[in-house]
Design a protein around this ligand. Structure first.
Ligand code: ZN
Ligand code: ZN
Length: 300
């Protein structure tokens, strides 16, 4: 089979590899679609770790090809989406139900072979965990591969909490997914900071008169929105220089979520009184949980 492997020296390498053997208790899945994540690009830029030689790709949907006799409940030909991580179930975070923060998490596309290949062997731990989700309905494979990123967006929106007006920085695929979910949940207005006019008009098409797009490089966040304007802020793009303004446009008691990851040595300067006197919360959201993955699959 053809596979895209990570090489620390050469980046992404296309290789011919044997179809992986079926493990006892595991499944063999024929990959139908695997999406490229921002973190795949970060691995290639050496901002994030991945095992040398690993097959990248953690946003995967496919068809069950072969089933180990001890992997009960699956049959060849079934459509599945794969939740990418195996949790240890024993660390402090797992015990508290914060599995996305598991200290010993093992994920496909990082440590275990992922979906940028024609076939993927799903290890038995993933089958046991319930990470292989059977799909119903007629959604195209390309949409099914987006279940994992959508689940990350659902987690991000849980972290920020409810509200009526929101600001999203960055109108790429993840920013647009935030936009769609916020509108679906009844947001009155979503402001989007995006400098690429093509992405801006896509957002406009998706959100109609409930989305207001502006270029944050031409007009600052505070100039466009004023202070204390929105209930939640999502940074789906990396712009350290806009973080303080992101907090300033937030209403008191609101939350700003750094959805995007940053290079290792990033530092920011902030006015801490925006947090103290306004009880604003600055946080991040990382990955997602299996239950939100199931919700995202139902949506797709
Ligand atoms: Zn991803
Ligand atoms: Zn754990």
């Amino acid at each position: 089979m053809k596979a895209l492997q990570f090489s620390p020296d050469r980046g992404l390498v296309l290789r011919e590899r044997p179809i992986p053997p079926l493990q006892p208790g595991g499944l063999l899945v024929r990959v139908m679609a695997a999406a490229i994540c921002g973190s795949d690009l970060r691995i290639l830029r050496r901002e994030k770790e991945a095992a040398p030689g690993v097959i990248l790709g953690h946003e995967v949907a496919g068809v069950v090809e072969e089933v180990s006799p001890s992997a009960a409940g699956y049959s060849p030909g079934e459509a599945v989406a794969i939740f990418p991580s195996i949790f240890c179930k024993t660390c402090l975070y797992c015990r508290r139900g914060l599995t996305n923060l598991c200290k010993n998490k093992r994920s496909i596309g990082y440590l275990l072979d992922g979906g940028f290949a024609q076939y993927m062997a799903v290890p038995p731990e993933m089958v046991e965990e319930g990470a292989v989700l059977k799909l119903t309905g007629q959604a195209p494979w390309t949409s099914r591969a987006l279940i994992e990123p959508l689940a990350c967006v659902l987690h991000s929106i849980v972290v920020v909490g409810p509200g009526e007006e929101f600001f999203i920085l960055g109108g790429g695929p993840m920013g647009l997914m935030h936009l769609l979910v916020l509108l679906k949940r009844g947001a009155k207005t979503v402001f989007l900071g995006e400098r690429n006019p093509q992405r801006g008009s896509m957002a406009q098409k998706l959100g109609g008169n409930k989305v207001l797009v502006f270029n944050p490089l031409e007009k600052g966040l505070k100039d466009f929105l004023g202070e204390e304007r929105v209930d939640g802020v999502f940074f789906c793009a990396r712009a350290m220089e806009l973080m303080e303004e992101g907090l300033a446009i937030l209403r008191k008691g609101g939350t700003m979520n750094l959805f995007a990851g940053y290079p290792r040595d990033t530092r920011v300067r902030l006015n801490p009184n925006l947090l103290h006197y306004g009880e604003r919360c600055l946080t991040g959201s990382h990955s997602t949980t299996l239950s939100l993955f199931e919700r995202a699959a139902a949506v797709v």
